[in-house]
Design a protein around this ligand. Structure first.
Ligand code: HEM
Length: 211
């Protein structure tokens, strides 16, 4: 498999990595303000969904806790400097990430059970668990290049929580959520996220002809 060009340490791409993390952080902040804060403050367009979220709180609380852990672990886990200085903490946080992904996935499926979104959520959860398990196994096998690549794929699925909510304030997008379109949308976001990561991982090979 090609070596990682997206996240390889010491590859002179630290400027790209910084810009990437800043844009991911700003996007997450935007979604926090326009989806989560407005959901809490009972924004009229979100009212019906708010009632559903309140009814689902028993699964939603562990789901959100685990999702937030997975989301926040990313910037630390991908930092080459942090990993080099705190390898033990990287391993502990890595295990916590794996547990969070599994709990987040199963509670996500439980939340979607009996609703049109179930096929999409199940596919998203499967991709999340498969990529994370592959990342865990490659780490155990000391296959560090492949470990980094699988973690990038896993985190791309983690980030679909943010990317799939960027358009929430657009009424045409929002009004379709909840019907069968949501299932297709979730699958499309998951697939697109994985493809973007793989294009990034193979960027050098895609843009450079071998001598
Ligand atoms: C960073 C990771 C994640 C976080 C922080 C997170 C958090 C949340 C939160 C706060 C909600 C309720 C409010 C809202 O919809 O905005 C929610 C809903 C939901 N999430 Fe996640 N989530 C994450 C990833 C996932 C993944 C990967 C799946 C798929 C397995 C998933 C499945 C669901 C489902 C089905 C709902 C709807 C709940 C309902 O209908 O009441 N989530 N999530």
């Amino acid at each position: 498999m090609a070596s990682s060009t997206l996240l390889a340490p010491g590859s002179g791409r630290s400027g790209f990595k910084t810009a990437l993390w800043i844009s991911l952080g700003l996007t997450a902040l935007f979604v926090l303000m326009t989806s989560e804060v407005l959901l809490v403050t009972d924004y009229p367009m979100y009212h019906a969904y708010r009632l559903q979220v309140i009814a689902d709180r028993h699964f939603l609380i562990p789901h959100t806790l685990c999702g937030v852990i997975a989301l926040l672990a990313g910037p630390l886990q991908f930092s080459s400097r942090f990993r080099e200085r705190h390898l033990k903490f990287h391993r502990i946080l890595g295990r916590l990430y794996v547990i969070s992904v599994f709990i987040g996935s199963f509670t996500g499926i439980a939340l979607a059970a009996g609703r049109p979104g179930l096929p999409g959520t199940s596919m998203q959860a499967a991709a999340w668990m498969v990529c994370t398990t592959a990342a865990f196994i490659t780490a155990r096998n000391r296959q560090i290049v492949q470990h980094r690549q699988w973690m990038a794929r896993s985190y791309a699925v983690t980030f679909t929580f943010v990317s799939s909510r960027v358009l929430n304030l657009w009424p045409r997008y929002w009004s379709h959520l909840g019907d069968a379109f949501a299932a297709v949308g979730v699958i499309a976001f998951t697939l697109a996220s994985l493809l973007i990561v793989d294009i990034g991982l193979n960027w050098r090979e895609l843009t450079t002809r071998r001598a």
